[in-house]
Write a protein that binds this ligand. Sequence first.
Ligand SMILES: [Zn+2]
Length: 256
Amino acid sequence: MHLEFERDLAIRYKSLSQKIWVVSENWVNKEVYCPNCGNTHLYKYSNNKPAADFFCDNCNEDYELKSKGNGLGLKIVNGAYQGMFNRLQDVNSPNLFMLNYDSNSYLVSNFFVIPKHFFVPEIIEKRRPLSINARRAGWIGCNILLNKIPEVGRIFLIRDKQIVSKQKVCEIWQKTLFLREEKKIGSRGWLLDIMRCIEFIRKKEFTIADIYRFESILSKKHPDNRHIKDKIRQQLQILRDRNYIKFSGRGTYRIL
Ligand SMILES: [Zn+2]
């Protein structure tokens, strides 16, 4: 995997956004493999398929590409809020590739994929409607909040200009595919909440008491649920059944 963009491709384009689009799309096309099945090549959609930019001809997974220069930040500026919201329910929606580059050197600094099953309403932030003077007055865009996504849902292929092994990338991808079977966004949301709690603890082994410490935060988030502890235990069981964590006896869990 090379980290350089092909600068020459950008010469004939005037606007900076066009230049970046051309070189980043070309880079993904040449360098990036399918994190779902490991297929060495991804293909560009030839015409405007809504949202998706690339597909894998082996496993049919779709990917959308977003690029951002310099600092990665905590938010990704995304398109229309309503469109994004509708997409959350759609099983055919693409996964998201995020490419972060250095605009001086034209080198890729970070590249990660957010699998589509990590998209739940709470990671979508509504922006203010465009002012009445804007060309698209009243239009409402949205941001994707990266810090609301569990770390396991931001799978880096390149991190701080270091290439992560393909084997590791594919392994992490496989670990959370079970989330796709949770068709209801609400139940997926609960699992993601507990996965984030586990990450916050920052220990390979943790106890049920460690997770209960998040009870008040979780009950604020889910005010209708009056049995948060029961819910926590239930979610841990699901995560255990899905081989995401292991129960190692005496109330201790281990992250696999
Ligand atoms: Zn594939």
